[in-house]
Design a protein around this ligand. Structure first.
Ligand SMILES: NC(=O)CC[C@H](N)C(=O)O
Length: 385
């Protein structure tokens, strides 16, 4: 266990929001400057999974939990090979992590990966500001990067917006790879990587699925070359309105009737593939304590979320789409946002939240079983009567 803290904690840092609000604190992690969309996460635990979730690419994450870093950093809880958040905001960093799994401090890990953060600011006031005004662009500046406020604000206002951002290609694998089934192999799934979290293929492998993870640029031929029993579309960063290629690919999969499952960005892509719109939420859902109702069973589950956009589909009626009837299967009980879609005439469904539960409660693990049972009941291509 590492008990040292880096020498950056006295370095002054400033967080500048695009609307001109400014918070002053101390450097946390790397010293320098960074830009992104300011968003807040309400997870009390699971900071490693948050930091390494590729869907957070180009976002500056504000932790509402006041004390962060208590369990240090280990090599097992990473959801990808690196930290993807563009900046990190905490109120009170742990000075001495305590966990038998910890090999280094969070401050050291952020610094080693060049991630600029800020600590010692009033994260409650910042979160309330974002909740009232909405997610917005932000910059964090520390050390030599701190200059006069007006100059820093001008730089923040020049940074790119999240609306209209096409980011999957920046985070997805360049080469296909296979995650083998654990135990007896029952199914093969082609998983289109738009920013996939490591736990997702793992949850499938645990159910006897061999997962072929394919780049975001995969074609219909690439997908069917692996002879899949099912096709999966992953989570990922950016604005779903830009995801024209995955939408067209998914439409080809729906056309063939192959069992299909999507998570988060994958849910937004299913929405678009069916002809629904997507829109940007004011401040999004991020955390591991969001109540969602499964409308097919009436059960409420507590779930992990990370989304800033949502599908615009009618909650109270079955919709006719080019692929048959579709309905909203899950809804967030905090704000009635669409959290899942299912087709009634094709073996396809998706959720806006994170059943892979990394981090987060495991209430929604049954969705992987639903995918498996869809693959068990749909006859393979060529075997249809
Ligand atoms: N985790 C995700 O897949 C996020 C999807 C999308 N980028 C959003 O913010 O809504």
């Amino acid at each position: 266990m590492t008990t040292s803290t880096r020498g950056t904690t006295r370095v002054p840092a400033v967080l500048v929001l695009e609307d001109g609000r400014i918070f002053r604190g101390r450097a946390y992690g790397a010293v320098g400057e960074t830009f992104g969309e300011a968003v807040f996460s309400t997870g009390m635990t699971g900071y490693q999974e948050t930091l390494t979730d590729p869907s957070y690419h180009r976002q500056v994450v504000v932790m509402t939990a006041p004390h962060v870093g208590n369990t240090g950093v280990n090599d097992e809880d990473m959801e990808s090979k690196k930290i993807w958040v563009s900046g990190y905001v905490v109120r009170d960093p742990a000075r001495v992590p305590s966990s038998w799994r910890s090999t280094r401090t969070l401050d050291e890990e952020l610094a080693a990966q060049g991630v600029v953060g800020i600590s010692g600011i009033d994260t409650r006031a910042l979160t309330r500001h974002l909740r009232e005004r909405g997610a917005m662009r932000v910059g964090i500046f520390s050390g030599d990067a701190v200059r006069d406020d007006a100059a820093l604000l001008a730089r923040v206002q020049e940074a790119p917006e999240m609306k209209g951002a096409d980011l999957s290609a920046e985070v997805a694998t360049a080469e296909p790879y296979v995650v083998p089934a654990i135990g007896e192999k029952k199914f093969t799934v082609a998983a289109v990587d738009l920013g996939i979290k490591g736990m997702t293929p793992q949850r499938m492998a645990e159910r006897g699925i061999e997962v072929h993870v394919l780049p975001a640029t995969a074609t219909v031929d690439d997908v069917y070359a692996v002879n899949p029993d099912g096709v999966f579309f992953s989570n990922g960063p950016g604005d779903p309105a830009t995801a024209d290629h995955p939408v067209a690919l998914m439409q080809a999969v729906l056309e063939r009737g192959t069992p299909l499952f999507g998570i988060c960005f994958g849910n937004q892509i299913l929405g678009r593939a069916l002809g629904f719109g997507t829109y940007k939420l004011k401040y999004g859902h991020r955390g591991i304590n969001q109540p969602v109702q499964d409308r097919t069973t009436g059960k409420v589950e507590v779930t992990a979320h990370n989304h800033g956009f949502a599908v615009d589909a009618p909650l109270d009626k079955v919709s006719d789409t080019p692929f048959g009837r579709a309905e909203v299967s899950h809804v967030c009980l905090n704000d009635n946002v669409v959290e899942g879609l299912q087709l009634l005439d094709k073996p396809a469904f998706s959720v806006q939240y994170h059943p892979e539960a990394a981090a987060g409660p495991h209430d929604a693990a049954y969705l992987f079983d639903r995918f498996t049972s869809l693959m068990s009941t749909v006859p393979m291509e060529g075997q249809r009567a």
